[in-house]
Design a protein around this ligand. Structure first.
Ligand code: ATP
Length: 231
């Protein structure tokens, strides 16, 4: 969802909750500690004299639930949710990419607790030693400036997602930027069973459907595959 900031802001209420996520318990736990606490209780960080994290990087194969987690956290913390897609910001907003990014950050900062979700961040911030276009360079510079400019007490957290963490410009991973990384793995058997039960919730199933068996024989399926299977 992208366009002007108003369009990019999604009401978190019609999105996902933690119950919609199968598996990924330890990952969710870590992310909640990193994000919920500073968004909900910024005064705790202030009292302790610790800087709350500004950026969290989620990485892992496609369809494993990165977007899902970001949405669920925004919903559960009642934060505004802004979603930006890396490729879109480069191509669709060509010529006004940086301005667009700035607008979203400004709006999110103004509106109180907010999460900005930057999907496919590798598209805008590839390693600079690889051949990079001028637009990408300027967008990375703008993103870095915006993140460095986030005031300590601002209730704004940026969650970025990528399938290709090794291709990211290391400048993005420095302290004060995306300095927390969480790997979102392909689900194991137990995770798959949970995901199957999330997506078959409310489906009338015949007695011979055995989710446990399905989970056991779907090695390598990610959340998106299991959702398709249920459908
Ligand atoms: P991409 O890198 O392609 O953006 P992603 O990791 O962000 O992938 P999502 O968009 O979060 O993947 O997942 C796609 C869909 O697959 C979700 O809408 C959700 O329905 C389902 N899904 C993925 N992982 C899970 C999970 N752990 N539990 C329940 N559903 C899941």
């Amino acid at each position: 969802v992208i366009g002007n900031p108003q369009q990019a802001a999604e009401s978190a209420s019609r999105s996902t909750s933690y119950e919609d996520i199968g598996g990924l318990r330890p990952q969710l736990q870590r992310i909640r500690e990193m994000i919920e606490l500073p968004l909900r209780y910024p005064e705790v960080f202030e009292q302790l004299g610790i800087d709350a994290p500004k950026g969290v990087l989620l990485h892992g194969p496609p369809g494993c639930g990165k977007t899902l987690i970001a949405r669920a956290i925004a919903h559960e913390t009642e934060a505004n949710f802004y979603s930006i897609s890396g490729p879109e910001i480069i191509h669709k907003f060509y010529g006004e990419s940086e301005a667009h990014l700035r607008k979203i950050f400004e709006e999110a900062a103004r509106k109180g607790p907010s999460i900005i979700f930057l999907d496919e961040i590798d598209a805008i911030a590839p390693r600079r030693e690889n051949t990079v276009g001028e637009v990408e360079k300027r967008v990375v510079a703008q993103l870095l400036a915006l993140m460095d400019g986030l005031a300590k007490r601002q209730q704004l957290i940026v969650i970025a997602a990528t399938n290709l963490p090794n291709l990211l410009d290391p400048a993005l991973l420095r302290p004060g930027r995306f300095d927390r990384e969480i790997a979102i793995p392909i689900p194991d058997r137990i995770g798959r069973e949970e995901i199957l039960s999330v997506h078959s919730r409310g489906m009338p199933l015949s007695a011979d459907v055995d989710m446990r068996h399905l989970a056991a024989i779907t090695h390598g399926f990610v959340g998106a595959d299991l959702e398709a299977l249920c459908r």
